[in-house]
Design a protein around this ligand. Structure first.
Ligand code: CP
Length: 310
């Protein structure tokens, strides 16, 4: 599913496509950008980002839009149904034409292969704003949040509960790159779907949570899956009993949106361990760092205020 770069364009499609030292450097820059939140360098001055969505979004849309605008750039948000790609126009023509108007495209679409094709035919960076396959932008913000709360993520244990989805897969990609342990507490029925190298995959939720530094879950019904049976997920609800198995300093994370009292209880969400709003805010800072790297090699002149070395 990954794309080999055909050009020198800095696409951000999956964590596995980007050199590890670049990802580490991006995170350093995300922390720096958060610290300079109220005096941002205008490094995107004159640059434009097209944002295309075939699904709902609050955090991805807002964070990319604010990231571009706080740093002097522009955004053009569009629903997928508003562009000709959903009519007669093919991917190559769409990619070629967008490349003549804007400096980068962030796109949320179900089909990851279409995203890869769009990138292949684009001479500007294409950023994965979530596909059914992966959600790399979310995981950059998540790692930033873990580093903020617990220090270096290397050697930490992240325990994931419930469904196996695009966010889980990107956590799996990140685990290898950033050197943390990933434990999956999933219903037995989903174990055969696991296509990442997790340290442990177990149907025993308590065992999965044991001594974990981070407890994380996601909705049991991703967009487009509404109405499916949730029964097999019930033993994987993150509640106070499950959290009690984790390390004393453990934090709770969720990329949002949340279905309260399904995958996580209100009690956990109200606890001091819950860092979901910091996690959501960090989408903004991580997005700035991702955009800065993507735009650096896109053939446009921007002032490189930040060093991307690890
Ligand atoms: N977590 C996340 O991607 O949120 P949105 O769907 O609101 O963008």
């Amino acid at each position: 599913m990954s794309v080999q770069p055909l050009t020198s364009v800095n696409h951000f499609l999956d964590l596995t496509d980007v050199p590890s030292e670049i990802l580490h450097g991006m995170l350093q820059n995300a922390h720096k950008m958060k610290n300079s939140k109220f005096t941002p360098a205008q490094i995107f001055s004159g640059l434009s980002l097209a944002m295309v969505f075939d699904k709902r979004s609050t955090r991805t849309r807002m964070s990319f839009e604010v990231a571009m605008k706080q740093l002097g750039g522009h955004t053009i948000p569009m629903n997928m149904s508003e562009i000709q790609l959903t009519g007669a126009e093919n991917i190559e023509d769409t990619a070629q034409v967008l490349s003549r108007y804007v400096d980068a495209v962030m796109i949320r679409m179900s089909d990851h292969d279409t995203l890869v094709q769009l990138a292949k035919h684009s001479s500007i960076p294409v950023i994965n704003g979530l596909t059914d396959w992966s959600h790399p932008c979310q995981i950059m913000a998540d790692i930033m949040t873990i580093e903020e709360k617990l220090g270096d993520i290397k050697g930490k244990t992240v325990a994931w509960f419930g469904d196996y989805n695009n966010v889980t897969r990107s956590f799996g990609h990140a685990a290898e790159i950033f050197g943390f342990d990933l434990v999956l507490g999933l219903p037995e029925e989903l174990h055969s779907k696991v296509d990442i190298s997790a340290n442990q995959v177990t149907a025993d939720a308590s065992a999965a949570a044991k001594n974990a530094d981070v407890i994380v879950t996601d909705t049991w019904e991703s967009m487009g899956q509404e109405g499916k049976s949730l029964d097999m997920f019930r033993p994987y609800q993150v509640n106070s009993a499950l959290m009690a198995n984790a390390a004393d300093h453990a934090i709770f994370m969720h990329c949002m949106p949340i279905h309260r009292e399904d995958e996580v209880t209100n009690e956990v969400l109200a606890s001091k361990q819950c860092v979901i709003y910091d996690e959501a805010e960090n989408r903004l800072h991580a997005q700035k760092a991702i955009l800065a790297w993507c735009l650096a090699n896109a053939g446009v002149q921007i002032q490189q205020t930040f060093d991307f070395a690890a």
